[in-house]
Each structure stands twice: as structure tokens, then as C-alpha cells.
Design a protein around this ligand. Structure first.
Ligand code: SAM
Length: 492
């Protein structure tokens, strides 16, 4: 143990009586979540900021006699991997952070690994997760975005910040409420750093979200007040007055709103401080044309600057849309896929875009208003599917399918996946094809297992590296009915 490692042990032990012990570990495979699996005295330890095959000194960050497993952060490397490089972001670099007596911020846990090897590890994590949870052997290739820098930096168009007690933008330490002020975001698009939001005092805010589209100059800043501020009208007004003054010097293309939300999926009340409550996102593809989308302050949008184009191409290629088809776009957001699918099915076809958030559904209605074949249905996927399955003869506006059969289903659920009930209902639609867009291998593996139990087979699966320098990945997978499922449908 070096003297720096000893300092690390001391500062960790101050915060958690079980933590702080420095262990020398030979680390094994990368697991889902961005940590390598190691063993010490018969105990499993999840080690972050390491690379499979390395020997590292790691400081225990969560321990305890009764814990099923411990967690540890690499603080120095005894035998480095040939794929190790110096971390791209000082505040997220575990080795430099612990050497200066603090924890690294979360969000760039693969920054110490060469981009090529990050992608190999993502393929391995996907394969292992599919075997362990999905009980299936699936190989998928990892495809990067062609324009990505070899460093894996400068791609995030959506960035969320905590706020320090003195009002500065900050990032959270992994699994912790501890915040670290930031003065740049290396993973963010360059336009974000240029705004210098770090110099602004956001006192009174609990969170600040910044949307900086990959293509264009518009920016939307959403300030979420602390609960105590949101609950006190006079205090809120005071802070709004201060934020308005402090943000006055920002370029004219920067819109700022205050966001107040009372419940998940409830509408976001937006108080406009300057500019608009939404921005435009332009999606240009060579094969499927271009569209502009209006995205409000609380609306979901794919995070990598080139993710919308990449996923539209992948989903449209997988669907192979034909004129006149009926296609369900579940978890449809602001209508990204629905808009391109609507072009493909044409006026004789139907697109059913299902989305739970009222704000995103409002955006979807605006984005799809000139396509009469597209219907935006606001509600929970599970409930809408239940209604389609039970009342297929009812008109679409009354919760039915107007007697039409769904040809293909696209689903792009949040990280938690779709869940068993929703998967069963999707199966009951008896479509010819399911295209599943997933950002989480574990929930995807679980949902796949249920689809396979219902008789579906994977035709093709591709992993898109839309989150470089992090452990996250995006999968697009096409499922087809197996021969047995087809037979049982014919027999029915
Ligand atoms: C990963 S995003 C995908 C959005 C869209 N496909 C896109 O690419 O822009 C998931 C979306 O599902 C919505 N959502 C989450 N849970 C839902 C549910 N149970 N039913 C319907 N929509 C849901 C979220 O509001 C979000 O817009």
C-alpha cells in the first residue's frame, strides 16, 4: 500500500466504518453495471474502475460482515491491462480522485479503457447477461457511431446537474448524495462547455437539466427548485427573480424555464424565464428522409448527438415497413420512430404511438399532426395493450384497434424494461415482428426470456455504442414467431 492509498483508506473510513480497507485483488470478468467481479476471503467484491485481468489495490466503499457482496473502487494499479489509458475526465478518475481524498463522480466509469476494448467488454456483458438471465446464447456485434472521437468524449446532448449549497452546478458521487462542483463536462457536446453555466449561481435549485441539440444552436435549461422553495410561493418568486437576472447574459438562443412536477408521469408545470419551453431537434437520415421534432422541457430525447439517426435507421431497417401496414410504437416518446414509420405505412396504414407522459404525448401530437395515419395514445403501455386485446373491435379513439391486426410492434421501454404482463399482451397481439429497442441488458434479457417462452425467436440483435466511456449500451433486436408459434396460430 502506498502512502496515498493509506490516506484514501483513512478518508473512506471516516464516512463508513466498514469501508476504507484497501485490498489487493485480481479482477475477473466485467459485470453489468460497470464493475469487475473479484473474490477475497470467499467474498464477492464488485470493483469499479478496473479492467478484467488486472491486479489492483481497491478501497472498499461498501462492506459489512453480513453484506452479500462488497463494493470497492480501484485506487492504484499493480498489474495494468494493455487496454488501460489515462482517464479522460479528472473528476471521474477514481485513481486521481482517491489520491486527493475524495470519491470520483459517476457517469464515466469506462473512461480509463480504450474505446475499442470498451466495446469488446460491452459485447461480453451482453452475452453473459443473456446467458445468465435470459438463458439464451446470443452473440451481438457492437457498432460505434462513425463520427465518435476515439476518446469517446463530446456526445451527450442531455445533461442533468445537482446543485451545491452555494448554488454551483455539480455531479453526484456514484451511489451517493455527495456532490462535486464541475467546471466542464467532457462527455457533453462542446456547445455545453461554451455556455459556462458553471459561473452562474443557481441557489434555490435542486437540479438543473440542460438540453443542447447535436445539430443546431438552440439550448433549453430547465431549473427544478428545491422542494422547500417549490412549496413556498413567495420564496419561489424571489428565486425566479434572481435566476432571471443571473441568466440575462446567456446567448439569445438559450431558453430557460422553471419546472415544477408533483408526480411521476404527471404534467410538468413550466414557468418561462426566457425564450421558449421547448426546442427543435432535427433528425436527418439518407435512407428515410428528415424530420424536425419539437421537444418540451420534460420530454425524453435520445442522449447521444447521433442516436436519433442511428436508431431510426436501425428500427426502420428492422421493420422493413410496407405501405398499408399497422404498426404499434410502444413507449413512443415525442414520436421519433412513429414519424418515420408513418412515412413508410403511408395514408393507407396506421401508426399507434403509445406514451405515458402527458408532456411527451403533447409533443408527439404536435410532431405527428400532419400525418393522419398516426394516432397518439396517452397512457401506460400495459393498460392500452389490455384494452386493445380485450376490445379489438372498438374504434382507436375508444381504446380499440378498429378491427385491424397489428403487423409489427416496436417497443423502447425505459431502463426497467417492459415486464411480464406487458410482454404477454404484446405476444397476444399476434404480430409478425417485434423490434425491441433496449438500453439495459438485464431487463432486456428478462423480457426476452418471456418472449421466448411465448414462442418468439431472436432474428437479429445489434448493440449500438451510444454511451461511450460509460458502461451503458443500446440494443436493437428483431423477434419473429417460431415455427411452433406459427403452427399454433394456424391451428387456432
Ligand atoms: C426510452 S424512452 C423512448 C422514447 C422514444 N421511443 C424515443 O426514442 O424518443 C421511453 C419512453 O417511455 C415512456 N414511458 C415510461 N414508462 C411508460 C409506460 N409504462 N407506458 C408508456 N410509456 C412509458 C417515457 O415517458 C419515455 O418517453
Amino acid at each position: 500500500m502506498t502512502s496515498t492509498d493509506a490516506q484514501t483508506a483513512a478518508h473512506l473510513a471516516e464516512q463508513d466504518k466498514d469501508a476504507g480497507e484497501i485490498l489487493t485483488l485480481e479482477v475477473g470478468a466485467m459485470a453489468h453495471g460497470g464493475h469487475c467481479v473479484a473474490r477475497h476471503d470467499g467474498r464477492v467484491i464488485f470493483v469499479r474502475h478496473a479492467i478484467p485481468g488486472e491486479i489492483v489495490n481497491a478501497a472498499v466503499t461498501a462492506g459489512g460482515e453480513d453484506a452479500r457482496f462488497w463494493r470497492a473502487d480501484t485506487v492504484s494499479v499493480v498489474r495494468p491491462s494493455e487496454f488501460r489509458r489515462s482517464h479522460q475526465w479528472k473528476l471521474a478518475d477514481s485513481i486521481r480522485a482517491h489520491a486527493s481524498g475524495r470519491h470520483p463522480v459517476g457517469g464515466a466509469e469506462f473512461g480509463h479503457i480504450t474505446l475499442e476494448h470498451q466495446r469488446r467488454l460491452k459485447a461480453q456483458v451482453f452475452r453473459d447477461t443473456m446467458t445468465r438471465i435470459g438463458q439464451l446464447n446470443v452473440e451481438a456485434q457492437v457498432v460505434g457511431v462513425a463520427e465518435d472521437e476515439p476518446t469517446g468524449l463530446h456526445w451527450r446532448t442531455r445533461n442533468a446537474f445537482s446543485v451545491t449549497s452555494s448554488g454551483r452546478l455539480a455531479m453526484n458521487v456514484h451511489r451517493s448524495a455527495t456532490v462535486v462542483p464541475v467546471r466542464n463536462i467532457p462527455l457533453g457536446v462542446r456547445q455545453l462547455d461554451a455556455l459556462q453555466l458553471w459561473d452562474i449561481d443557481f441557489s434555490g435549485a435542486g437540479r438543473v437539466e440542460v438540453a443542447t441539440p447535436g445539430h443546431g444552436e438552440e439550448v433549453l435549461v430547465v431549473i427544478f427548485p428545491l422542494d422547500a422553495v417549490a412549496a413556498n410561493k413567495k420564496l419561489l418568486e424571489q428565486h425566479i427573480g434572481q435566476w432571471r437576472k443571473r441568466l440575462i447574459h446567456l446567448p439569445s438562443k438559450v431558453s430557460v424555464v422553471v419546472g415544477l412536477r408533483s408526480q411521476q408521469f404527471g404534467p410538468l408545470e413550466m414557468i418561462r424565464l426566457r425564450g421558449r419551453t421547448w426546442l427543435n431537434e432535427v433528425v436527418e437520415t439518407e435512407k428515410y428522409g428528415s424530420h424536425t421534432f419539437r421537444i418540451s422541457g420534460d420530454g425524453f430525447w435520445q442522449v447521444h448527438r447521433d442516436a436519433p439517426e442511428t436508431l431510426v435507421n436501425a428500427v426502420m431497417d428492422a421493420l422493413d415497413v410496407q405501405p398499408g401496414q399497422v404498426i404499434a410504437d410502444l413507449y413512443g416518446g415525442a414520436g421519433l420512430f412513429s414519424k418515420f414509420i408513418a412515412d413508410g405505412v403511408g395514408e393507407d396504414g396506421v401508426v399507434l404511438s403509445v406514451e405515458a407522459s402527458p408532456g411527451a404525448s403533447r409533443d408527439a401530437r404536435k410532431n405527428l399532426h400532419d400525418t393522419k395515419q398516426a394516432f397518439v395514445i396517452n397512457g401506460l403501455t400495459d393498460r392500452i395493450l389490455g384494452s386493445w386485446v380485450q376490445r379489438p373491435h372498438a374504434p382507436i379513439a375508444k381504446g380499440g384497434l378498429a378491427d385491424q391486426r397489428v403487423d409489427s410492434v416496436v417497443l423502447d421501454p425505459p431502463r426497467a424494461g417492459a415486464g411480464r404482463a406487458t410482454i404477454t399482451r404484446i405476444h397476444q397481439l399476434a404480430a409478425e415482428k417485434i423490434v425491441y429497442v433496449s438500453c439495459d441488458p438485464a431487463s432486456f434479457a428478462r423480457d426476452t426470456k418471456w418472449l421466448v417462452e411465448h414462442g418468439w425467436e431472436i432474428e437479429e440483435s445489434t448493440i449500438y455504442d451510444l454511451f461511450p466511456d460509460t458502461f451503458h449500451m443500446e440494443m436493437v433486436t428483431t423477434f419473429r414467431p417460431s415455427a411452433a408459434l406459427r403452427q399454433s396460430r394456424n391451428d387456432a
